[in-house]
Design a protein around this ligand. Sequence first.
Ligand SMILES: [Zn+2]
Length: 166
Amino acid sequence: MLKIAKYPDPILRKTAKSISDFNDYLKKLAADMAEAMYHDDGIGLAAPQISQSLRLVVLGLGKGQYKSYVNPEITFFSKEKISSDEGCLSLPKIFGTVTRAKKIHIKYHDVDGQIKKEKIKGLGAIVLQHEVDHLNGILFIDRAEKITEGQAILDSLKKKLNEQIK
Ligand SMILES: [Zn+2]
Protein backbone atom coordinates (compact mmCIF):
# COMPACT_ATOMS: atom_id res chain seq x y z
CA MET A 1 0.00 0.00 0.00
CA LEU A 2 1.30 3.44 -0.91
CA LYS A 3 2.02 5.68 2.04
CA ILE A 4 0.25 9.04 2.18
CA ALA A 5 2.55 12.04 2.69
CA LYS A 6 1.35 14.11 5.63
CA TYR A 7 1.61 17.86 6.16
CA PRO A 8 4.14 19.47 6.65
CA ASP A 9 6.03 17.12 4.30
CA PRO A 10 7.75 19.52 1.81
CA ILE A 11 6.66 17.36 -1.19
CA LEU A 12 3.17 18.79 -0.68
CA ARG A 13 4.47 22.31 -1.44
CA LYS A 14 6.25 21.47 -4.70
CA THR A 15 4.85 22.17 -8.17
CA ALA A 16 4.37 18.75 -9.75
CA LYS A 17 5.86 17.86 -13.14
CA SER A 18 3.86 17.21 -16.31
CA ILE A 19 3.62 13.62 -17.48
CA SER A 20 4.68 12.72 -21.03
CA ASP A 21 5.09 8.93 -20.80
CA PHE A 22 1.77 7.14 -20.88
CA ASN A 23 3.15 3.76 -19.94
CA ASP A 24 2.26 0.83 -17.71
CA TYR A 25 3.99 2.49 -14.77
CA LEU A 26 1.49 5.36 -14.99
CA LYS A 27 -1.50 2.99 -15.05
CA LYS A 28 -0.10 1.05 -12.12
CA LEU A 29 0.56 4.27 -10.21
CA ALA A 30 -3.03 5.46 -10.75
CA ALA A 31 -4.41 2.06 -9.64
CA ASP A 32 -2.19 2.06 -6.54
CA MET A 33 -3.26 5.63 -5.73
CA ALA A 34 -6.92 4.65 -6.01
CA GLU A 35 -6.28 1.72 -3.67
CA ALA A 36 -4.60 3.98 -1.08
CA MET A 37 -7.40 6.56 -1.46
CA TYR A 38 -10.15 4.01 -0.84
CA HIS A 39 -8.18 2.48 2.04
CA ASP A 40 -8.21 5.83 3.84
CA ASP A 41 -11.81 6.66 2.80
CA GLY A 42 -10.76 9.48 0.51
CA ILE A 43 -12.69 10.72 -2.52
CA GLY A 44 -9.71 12.09 -4.43
CA LEU A 45 -5.92 11.85 -4.36
CA ALA A 46 -3.09 13.69 -6.10
CA ALA A 47 0.31 12.10 -6.84
CA PRO A 48 2.29 14.52 -4.58
CA GLN A 49 0.30 12.99 -1.71
CA ILE A 50 2.05 9.67 -2.33
CA SER A 51 5.39 11.50 -2.67
CA GLN A 52 5.43 11.49 -6.49
CA SER A 53 5.81 14.99 -7.85
CA LEU A 54 3.73 14.27 -10.97
CA ARG A 55 0.58 15.84 -12.44
CA LEU A 56 -1.72 12.90 -11.82
CA VAL A 57 -5.01 12.91 -9.92
CA VAL A 58 -7.50 10.15 -9.21
CA LEU A 59 -11.15 10.85 -8.45
CA GLY A 60 -13.21 8.29 -6.55
CA LEU A 61 -16.46 7.32 -8.26
CA GLY A 62 -17.64 5.00 -5.47
CA LYS A 63 -17.48 1.23 -4.99
CA GLY A 64 -13.75 1.08 -5.72
CA GLN A 65 -14.17 2.77 -9.10
CA TYR A 66 -12.01 5.76 -10.02
CA LYS A 67 -11.12 8.04 -12.85
CA SER A 68 -7.58 9.21 -13.64
CA TYR A 69 -6.75 12.75 -14.74
CA VAL A 70 -3.26 13.22 -16.18
CA ASN A 71 -1.95 16.80 -16.55
CA PRO A 72 -5.37 18.21 -15.59
CA GLU A 73 -6.01 21.84 -16.36
CA ILE A 74 -9.11 23.71 -15.25
CA THR A 75 -10.07 25.91 -18.18
CA PHE A 76 -13.24 27.46 -16.73
CA PHE A 77 -14.43 28.33 -13.24
CA SER A 78 -18.09 29.34 -12.87
CA LYS A 79 -18.84 32.67 -11.21
CA GLU A 80 -21.34 30.82 -9.09
CA LYS A 81 -19.58 29.56 -5.97
CA ILE A 82 -20.22 26.88 -3.41
CA SER A 83 -18.88 26.61 0.15
CA SER A 84 -18.27 23.25 1.77
CA ASP A 85 -16.27 21.61 4.52
CA GLU A 86 -13.13 20.01 3.12
CA GLY A 87 -10.66 17.58 4.55
CA CYS A 88 -7.50 16.02 3.13
CA LEU A 89 -5.77 12.66 3.58
CA SER A 90 -2.52 14.62 4.03
CA LEU A 91 -4.07 16.60 6.91
CA PRO A 92 -5.92 14.01 8.97
CA LYS A 93 -8.54 15.19 11.46
CA ILE A 94 -8.47 18.76 10.12
CA PHE A 95 -11.47 20.28 8.33
CA GLY A 96 -12.21 23.73 7.01
CA THR A 97 -14.72 25.68 4.98
CA VAL A 98 -13.58 26.44 1.45
CA THR A 99 -15.44 28.38 -1.26
CA ARG A 100 -14.91 27.14 -4.80
CA ALA A 101 -16.48 27.39 -8.24
CA LYS A 102 -19.68 25.36 -8.48
CA LYS A 103 -18.96 24.28 -12.02
CA ILE A 104 -15.69 23.77 -13.91
CA HIS A 105 -14.43 22.70 -17.29
CA ILE A 106 -11.37 20.49 -17.17
CA LYS A 107 -8.94 19.42 -19.87
CA TYR A 108 -6.68 16.43 -19.24
CA HIS A 109 -5.09 13.34 -20.69
CA ASP A 110 -6.39 9.89 -19.87
CA VAL A 111 -3.80 7.24 -18.91
CA ASP A 112 -3.44 6.32 -22.59
CA GLY A 113 -2.48 9.89 -23.49
CA GLN A 114 -5.76 10.87 -25.17
CA ILE A 115 -6.81 14.48 -24.61
CA LYS A 116 -10.21 14.75 -22.94
CA LYS A 117 -12.51 17.57 -21.92
CA GLU A 118 -15.20 17.43 -19.29
CA LYS A 119 -17.74 19.75 -17.65
CA ILE A 120 -18.30 18.92 -14.00
CA LYS A 121 -20.41 20.39 -11.22
CA GLY A 122 -21.08 19.62 -7.58
CA LEU A 123 -18.87 17.35 -5.49
CA GLY A 124 -16.71 16.20 -8.41
CA ALA A 125 -15.93 19.84 -9.26
CA ILE A 126 -14.98 20.58 -5.65
CA VAL A 127 -12.74 17.51 -5.38
CA LEU A 128 -10.99 18.22 -8.68
CA GLN A 129 -10.29 21.84 -7.69
CA HIS A 130 -8.84 20.55 -4.41
CA GLU A 131 -6.69 17.95 -6.21
CA VAL A 132 -5.43 20.28 -8.95
CA ASP A 133 -4.39 22.65 -6.14
CA HIS A 134 -2.20 19.82 -4.79
CA LEU A 135 -0.34 19.73 -8.13
CA ASN A 136 0.52 23.38 -7.59
CA GLY A 137 1.60 22.97 -3.96
CA ILE A 138 -1.60 24.51 -2.62
CA LEU A 139 -3.47 22.95 0.31
CA PHE A 140 -7.08 23.54 1.39
CA ILE A 141 -5.84 25.15 4.62
CA ASP A 142 -4.44 27.97 2.43
CA ARG A 143 -7.91 28.65 1.07
CA ALA A 144 -10.07 27.88 4.12
CA GLU A 145 -12.04 30.83 5.46
CA LYS A 146 -12.44 28.95 8.69
CA ILE A 147 -10.97 25.80 10.24
CA THR A 148 -14.02 23.99 11.60
CA GLU A 149 -12.23 21.05 13.20
CA GLY A 150 -8.66 20.30 14.28
CA GLN A 151 -7.35 23.85 14.75
CA ALA A 152 -5.13 22.70 17.65
CA ILE A 153 -3.66 19.88 15.53
CA LEU A 154 -3.01 22.32 12.70
CA ASP A 155 -1.34 24.80 15.08
CA SER A 156 1.01 22.12 16.37
CA LEU A 157 1.87 20.98 12.82
CA LYS A 158 2.62 24.59 11.82
CA LYS A 159 4.84 24.92 14.87
CA LYS A 160 6.67 21.75 13.80
CA LEU A 161 7.09 23.24 10.32
CA ASN A 162 8.53 26.48 11.72
CA GLU A 163 11.00 24.48 13.79
CA GLN A 164 12.10 22.61 10.64
CA ILE A 165 12.73 25.90 8.85
CA LYS A 166 14.83 27.36 11.69
ZN1 LIG B 1 -5.96 16.94 -0.29
